[in-house]
Design a protein around this ligand. Structure first.
Ligand code: GLC
Length: 652
């Protein structure tokens, strides 16, 4: 049986979805079943009970890491002497490296007989974070901080006092990162979003966010600490198949959560034991109920990076992981009404997770989508059952890169072209295909666009171009080679030319410019957190340092990243590692910014590690692909009518 099908069937059989429908309704896809009138809270607890049935285990049992030992390659570690309590359920999970998708999903998710014992409430301490080995950073003064012991490189030209300062900031950052680690069954599985001991309200910043964990995970990978990333990948995979509904509506099975929390709860019927419970949020509790489209894409990107950095390919080869990749792809590649190869999403479906006028085809999602497609193409095992999916993936890659490179790109030449566009063209060979009215060119752009440089616009819809500069989308388009090499260099040229606007006192503005006045009212819904030059509306986010560094190193221009890091180093630690900064020049700590925000810490660390050992960046980027280049040039040279047959011509 095809693995995806097997998983689907298992899901339909194994997970009765609880919802407020007819008690006897149950459809073939397992979408609806069970009782009416079950509220959300019950629904969640019943699901978690399925997953983490637990019992006490004699306290002298020795503990073993959950995924340890599945292959000879993995550099897992034993936590044997750490704690008395142990998890049977976790042990079962670790032993999975073969079998069918059905076997694996079953064992991962629904074995009623297995029991977990977690930390007894009678005082066994939480794991000591220091037990998770993260070496203190090497002294910069002794030649750098390369994870492989290589000397510092990449154009950092610090004097010795700066070096000492920078190294103590790194020490602090590592300590903060370690302290933000979250444990499940006593094994590290992620990092909490913010860890400010003085915070009175944490909202959901006490959760592990998928997107926030990416820089943490990469920092650990670059440091040779693979367990936490492996655990994160496999446990979030479990959550992918979780029952998820909002007001009786269920999104697609491949969806990954935005975040999850590990709760330690008393074990039913046992006063002396507790169980650890993973409690995911797929957007059903998130502010604005936003869909985390980026989570699954980031998950694929991290999975690839894990394999590249650790050399352990056994994780990506697991049947359940292969199924997980395919489920994400199926969700993203599903046919819809759309005319464009870009992924159509609702507002707030990525790092900007609230209303900011980025619904439709925002660049950030397209860059992550492209990167995830490339990663999936690399990691999916060739098998008959995946042939159609693989073909659809390849077709989409070509169409997507063509579309973005052609239609999202602007520079002075293209702006001039748009300025003189004819409109209302009905024909196959219209120049102004999307019927853009030249009056849409905003006045700020006339000054912003340098004569040398360019960028990919934020969004493209019929008769609408969002000309705002979105940093993550542009930087990740460089990292993934969604942008051509020339375009990539031009983006960095623009960043250099517009340093005062995009960086000023703290790297890096999430987008430029901010929405103001009436436009702010209409587009954000008068969101008081997204006021001009704050938060997602032109605020500055230190976490973006790591993507900037990856992009700069890929293009062999690390000095741009070094300059940004030097700036950040002046303030990040003093300011307590804020989530974001406010004002046009990033002079204030964000009004509602969390302090000790983990991805600010991790973003900084990744940037430092990469600058010290630029060769490690190759594990995070994808190079231009000759198959795509050929396909791309075919498309450009074919006329619009002939283009209809291009897939057949070049991709079979
Ligand atoms: C904010 C950010 C989001 C991030 C979350 C946790 O909601 O917009 O991108 O994942 O905080 O840090």
């Amino acid at each position: 049986m095809a693995t995806v099908e097997a998983a689907r069937q298992l899901l339909s059989g194994g997970f009765g979805r609880l919802g407020c429908f007819d008690p006897f309704l149950s459809n073939v896809n397992g979408v609806i079943s069970v009782k009416s009138g079950v509220n959300n809270a019950r629904k969640r607890s019943s699901v978690r009970a399925q997953v983490h049935k637990s019992s006490r285990v004699p306290h002298d049992r020795r503990r073993v890491g959950p995924f340890q030992g599945t292959s000879g390659v993995f550099h897992g570690k034993s936590y044997g002497n750490r704690l008395d309590s142990m998890s049977y359920n976790c042990q079962r999970v670790e032993s999975l490296n073969g079998g069918t998708a059905e076997d694996q999903r079953r064992a991962l998710l629904v074995d009623e007989s297995d029991k977990v014992t977690s930390i007894p409430p009678n005082g066994t301490p939480k794991p000591d974070v220091n037990e998770f080995k993260v070496d203190p950073p090497l002294d910069q003064g002794n030649g750098g901080f390369g994870s492989n012991g290589k000397p510092a490189a990449a154009g950092i030209n610090l004097d010795s006092s700066q070096k000492i300062k920078s190294s103590s900031i790194e020490d602090e950052a590592w300590t903060l990162l370690k302290n933000s680690m979250v444990y499940y069954c006593n094994n590290p599985i992620g990092t909490i979003a913010a860890n400010d001991p003085s915070a009175t309200s944490t909202l959901n910043y006490d959760q592990v966010f998928i997107r926030d964990f990416i820089p943490s995970g990469i920092a650990f990978l670059l440091k040779g600490e693979y367990d936490i990333v492996r655990n994160f990948i496999l446990h979030t995979l479990q959550l992918q198949s979780w029952e998820k509904t909002m007001d009786c509506y269920s999104p697609g099975q491949g969806l990954m959560p935005a975040s999850f929390k590990v709760r330690t709860v008393p074990l039913e019927g046992d006063d002396y034991a507790t169980e650890d419970v993973l409690d995911p949020d797929f957007g059903e509790a998130a502010i604005g109920r936003v869909a985390p489209v980026d989570s699954g894409l980031w998950w694929i990107i991290l999975l690839r990076a894990y394999g590249k950095c650790s050399g352990d390919l056994s994780v990506q080869e697991r049947v359940d992981v292969q199924t997980g990749i395919k489920m994400i792809l199926k969700l993203c590649l599903a046919d819809g009404f759309d005319m464009f190869p870009t992924l159509l999403v609702t507002d707030g479906s990525c790092m900007i997770d609230r209303r900011m006028g980025i619904h439709g085809h925002p660049l950030e999602i397209q860059a992550l989508f492209y990167s995830a497609l490339l990663g999936a193409r690399e990691m999916l095992a060739p098998e008959d059952a995946s042939a159609d999916l693989m073909q659809a993936l390849k077709n989409r890659l070509v169409a997507l890169s063509f579309h973005i490179r052609e239609y999202y790109w602007i520079d002075m030449r293209k702006l001039n072209e748009i300025y003189r566009y004819k409109t209302e063209e009905y024909s196959y060979d219209a120049v102004n295909k999307f019927n853009i009215y030249p009056d849409q060119i905003p006045s700020w752009l006339v000054d912003f666009m340098p004569s040398k440089g360019g960028y990919l616009i934020g969004n493209l819809q019929p008769a609408h171009m969002d000309f705002r500069f979105f940093s993550l989308g542009n930087l990740w388009s460089i990292a993934s080679s969604l942008a051509t090499l020339d375009q990539s260099h031009a983006i960095l040229d623009l960043i250099e030319a517009k340093w005062e606007e995009l960086v000023a006192d703290m790297p890096f503005k999430i987008c430029y410019p901010a929405l103001e006045g009436r436009e702010w009212q209409i587009i954000t819904g008068s969101d008081p957190k997204n006021t001009p030059w704050s938060y997602h509306n032109g605020g500055s986010w230190p976490t973006l340092l790591w993507q900037l560094t990856v992009a700069c190193i890929k293009l062999n221009r690390p000095e741009i990243a070094s300059k940004a890091i030097e700036l950040a180093e002046k303030r990040l630690s003093l300011d307590k590692w804020p989530e974001y900064y406010d004002t046009k020049r990033a002079r204030f700590i964000g009004k509602q910014a969390q302090l000790y925000q983990t991805w600010s810490v991790a973003g900084y660390l990744v940037a430092k590690l990469l600058l010290a050992d630029p060769s490690a960046a190759k594990n995070l980027v994808t190079e231009e692909d000759s198959e795509l280049v050929n396909a791309f040039s075919c498309m450009i040279s074919s006329n619009p009518r002939r283009k209809r047959g291009w897939k057949k011509q070049i991709l079979v």
